[in-house]
Design a protein around this ligand. Sequence first.
Ligand code: SF4
Ligand code: SF4
Length: 380
Amino acid sequence: MGNAYKLECAVWEFTLKCNLNCLHCGSSAGKLRKDELSPEEALKLCSDLKEAGCLGVALMGGEPFLRADFWEVASEIRKLGMELSVITNGTVFSPDTFKKLKALSPRAVAVSIDGAKKEIHEKIRGVPGCYGKSWEFINKALAEKLPVSVITTVSRLNPGELKELAGQLKGRNIAWQIQTAGAEGARFPKGLLLDREEFYSVGMFIENLRKTFTPEELPVIGAHDLGYNSSFLKNVSLHEKWTGCQAGISMLGIRSNGDVLGCLAINNDEYIEGNVGARAVSEIWNDKKAFSYNRRFQLSEAGGNCVSCPHLETCRGGCCEMSLMKTGVLHNDYYCFFSVEKELFGEKSRPGTFLPGLGSKRAKKFAKIKKIFLGERNGL
Ligand code: SF4
Ligand code: SF4
């Protein structure tokens, strides 16, 4: 039994337990879920993912290294021939962590760093001392020649850090992924959410970095859902062309209690498709009724922000999580670059006419934000 959808990546919240207390944490991690999978269930999930045709698994948290069976499960993923990525806060490790990781040949080991300065990083991450610890992890992982990434989550607390952080990461063989904070988490003060202009400025920053530095000097990308269908910013994410939200299309998310969603960023129980304790993940993935909001999306279901958009057929209304977070419905992304540009520059904005209408009230506001937020181009 199969279906037309190829499961490229399963993002697995390995535990909700976390030793940090990050403001932007979308799942408000800290304590274990009451009913987290047992070690036996976790191993069974690995073979079920293989059965579902899964190509790669990303173990995240909470903090994945806090689970005692991390190594057993990570090894099982590799033994089954699936790729392994690990997303960690970088504060839970022992001297042998790096050699053990190296033996698993992970695709990526991603560590969260949210500030160039200790004070900002620790203000966001909620625990004194975590900045130095995370950099110690990064340095040890680099010494072991592991494929290290840094993930930076941008809210209104840290855009001023980006320029300095770029300098710290440059030339160190660290891939840098920049993403923006959502407002789902219970600890996140809603006033810290970027507005559309600020969000767009992050895209400009990434575009400028990618024009300024070669991928060898500073490999930087925006998160896969950061900015699409722009007339001006062509170089923000790895995708040549945005083909719509991949929740339930090529990826799924698994909570630490075995609940399966199209994407863990959609932090809403209405979108749980099943639990691996009751049904194998392969059965859920191959269920013709599952992930219907994405697999059977009809253009007429798009929200008001998207319904008359020329990109709707391929875009399908953008990132489901962003859309839900900001507008309460799916397929209605308020933050896509196409609609931000339309608002900033007007209906007539066209490729090749960068910053049209500068002089209008909106564009002046935007230019000011750009300067305050991100500094001038090439001034890195
Ligand atoms: S307006 Fe909607 S459909 Fe159009 S590009 Fe933006 S998110 Fe996609
Ligand atoms: S909901 Fe957003 S983050 Fe999740 S798969 Fe879709 S585009 Fe990506």
